[in-house]
Design a protein around this ligand. Structure first.
Ligand code: SAH
Length: 271
């Protein structure tokens, strides 16, 4: 097995995990009861990744939320710490073993409530329920979450059944692993936690918060490449601005997302 501390050489590319962002996960204060994401993964070095940047990174550093990774590898079988095996029934690829995944999930469960409403346990999976803003809101209202990142052909079904694991998908496409999906879901969730975004109002006005896509945004310069900012936005008339924004949001949603528009129109028919 390769030395995990040694940068691996892939041809001309030397890949080494940067020390700094990972230190964020251990060397920062944690506010008692702060929302926590536990990630079960074969690639803990992928975290915090982009979550260590900007507003989510600052909030992580301040202990407004916490991140823990649980590596599958130490729970692997035998000298080589094997975590996967051939699919039963044949076919391409490898499957993560139930016993190995279970041991890692047990480790992740330490100190977390058993109630899945308070602490959802989620397998990132293209077969899952598509992730959306309502799911992000539900996860942000929990005490924390455990995210199981698959690799190869995925994980043995029995462990998903046994641990009552919810499957959630990032979208109708296939990734090579759950790590990017986990980061996307954590990002969407963490920005809803109190104090993470400077301006709390911005999560109330943005796309998907009321079932509509957001209106277009503009800033200086007032004229760019001969294109003006819509005059109503420069009028200082708050009522007119709000009306314009609502109309633009409705128009965009109708044009781009008939699915969202139908739901919105149904709920707002009595307006
Ligand atoms: N054989 C599986 C795909 C495995 S892809 C199938 O056909 O359903 C390998 C891993 O990447 C999965 O175990 C899952 O954790 C992750 N993954 C792939 N696509 C994903 C998606 N759309 N959303 C969330 N996770 C995904």
């Amino acid at each position: 097995m390769s030395d995990p501390d040694k940068p691996r050489s892939h041809g001309r590319l030397a890949i080494s995990a940067s020390i700094k962002p990972r230190e964020l996960m251990t060397a920062t204060p944690r506010i008692k009861g702060a929302w926590c994401a536990k990630i079960v993964t074969l690639f803990p070095d992928a975290f915090p990744g982009t979550l260590g940047l900007s507003l989510t990174g600052k909030a992580l550093q301040e202990g407004l939320w916490a991140l823990e990774t649980i590596d599958f590898r130490p729970f692997g079988i035998g000298k080589h710490r094997n975590v996967d095996d051939n699919p039963a029934g044949g076919g391409a690829g490898m499957v993560l073993r139930a016993d190995v995944v279970a041991a890692a999930l047990d480790e992740a469960a330490i100190g977390t409530p058993k109630d899945r409403a308070r602490w959802p346990v989620i397998y990132l999976s293209p077969r899952g329920k598509p992730f959306d803003q309502a799911t992000a809101r539900r996860l942000s209202a929990a005490d924390g979450i455990t995210l199981l990142c698959g690799r190869f052909e995925g994980v043995d079904q029995r462990v998903l059944d046994h641990y009552v694991v919810e499957e959630v998908s990032l979208g109708d496409f296939v990734l090579t692993g759950g790590e990017i999906a986990a980061q996307a879901m954590i990002d969407a969730t963490v920005r809803l936690l109190p104090g993470v975004l400077g301006n709390a109002a911005s999560t109330e006005e943005e796309s998907h918060s009321h079932g509509l896509l957001e209106h277009p945004q503009y800033t200086r310069p007032a004229v760019w490449e001969g294109r003006e900012i819509p005059p109503v936005l420069m009028s200082g008339h708050h009522g007119e601005i709000a009306k314009w924004r609502r109309a633009e949001a409705e128009k965009l949603t109708r044009e781009r997302r008939p699915d969202l528009w139908n739901t919105y129109a149904k709920h707002n028919s009595g307006r």
